[in-house]
Design a protein around this ligand. Structure first.
Ligand SMILES: N[C@@H](CCC(=O)N[C@@H](CS)C(=O)NCC(=O)O)C(=O)O
Length: 207
C-alpha cells in the first residue's frame, strides 16, 4: 500500500478532517501531520496552492479537499462504487464545499460587515443549503446521503453541521440547523455515534 501523509491544521474540523476520519475508520495507516496556526505563515510556501489540506502519496503531493476525500474514501471503503451513488456523494461534498467557502469569506471582515454578510448568508444561502441537504438526505432514504451507508458525503456534512452548531460563528444562530433542518441534526448524531467516529474523538479528547 502507498505511504500516506495527510497535512492539515491542528484542530478537529475543517476541510482536512473528513479525510483524517475516513483513514481512521478504514484502518488505513497514515502520517497525521498537524500544522499549528502560529506556524502556518512559515509553512504556507511549502504547499502547492498556499493552502491545506495536502496529501502525500509515496512522496507525491496532491491538494484539494474533495479530491483527497474521494481518494481516501476509495481506500477506506467510504466512497460508492456505483456511478449514480458516487455522483450523489460528490454532489453533497461539492455543495458543502460551496457553502463553506461562503461562510469562510465572512471570517476576516470587520465586525459590522461580518454581521451584515452573515445575516444575509443565513437568510438566503444557508437556509437554502440546509433545506436542500435535508431534502436530499430524505430522498436518499433518510439515514445517509448516498449508498444507504456511511460515505465521504456524510463525513463532509458532519463537519459542516458541527461548525454551524458550535457557536463559533457570530451572527449565525447555533440553533439554525435544529430549526431549519432537524434531520441534519439527527444525521449529525448518527455519524457522531458511529463506533469508529466516537472512538476517534474520545481518543482526541484524551490526548
Ligand atoms: N480548494 C481548496 C481550498 C483549501 C483552503 O482554502 N484551505 C484553507 C483551510 S480550510 C487554508 O489553507 N487556508 C489558509 C490560507 O488561505 O492562508 C480545498 O478544497 O482543499
Amino acid at each position: 500500500m502507498a505511504k500516506l501523509k495527510l497535512t492539515y491544521f491542528d484542530f478537529d474540523g475543517g476541510r482536512g478532517e473528513p479525510a483524517r476520519l475516513a483513514l481512521h475508520i478504514g484502518g488505513i495507516p497514515f502520517e497525521d501531520e498537524r500544522i499549528a496556526g502560529k506556524d502556518w505563515t512559515a509553512f504556507r510556501d511549502k504547499t502547492p496552492f498556499l493552502a491545506m489540506p495536502m496529501l502525500e502519496v509515496d512522496g507525491r503531493r496532491v491538494t484539494q479537499s474533495n479530491s483527497i476525500n474521494r481518494y481516501v474514501g476509495k481506500l477506506s471503503g467510504l466512497y460508492p462504487k456505483d456511478d449514480w451513488q458516487a455522483l450523489l456523494c460528490d454532489e453533497i461534498m461539492d455543495a458543502a464545499e460551496d457553502i463553506s467557502v461562503r461562510i469562510g469569506n465572512t471570517i476576516n471582515k470587520d465586525e459590522d460587515a461580518k454581521k451584515k454578510a452573515r445575516e444575509e448568508l443565513v437568510a438566503v444561502h444557508l437556509m437554502r443549503y440546509l433545506e436542500q441537504f435535508q431534502a436530499k438526505l430524505k430522498a436518499a432514504g433518510g439515514d445517509y446521503f448516498s449508498d444507504a451507508r456511511l460515505t465521504m458525503a456524510d463525513l463532509k456534512i458532519f463537519m459542516l453541521i458541527r461548525w454551524l452548531k458550535s457557536g463559533v460563528l457570530d451572527y449565525i444562530p447555533k440553533d439554525l440547523v435544529d430549526r431549519v433542518a432537524p434531520l441534519l441534526v439527527k444525521h449529525f448524531e448518527r455519524v457522531m455515534s458511529h463506533a469508529k467516529v466516537a472512538e476517534y474523538y474520545a481518543r482526541r479528547k484524551a490526548a
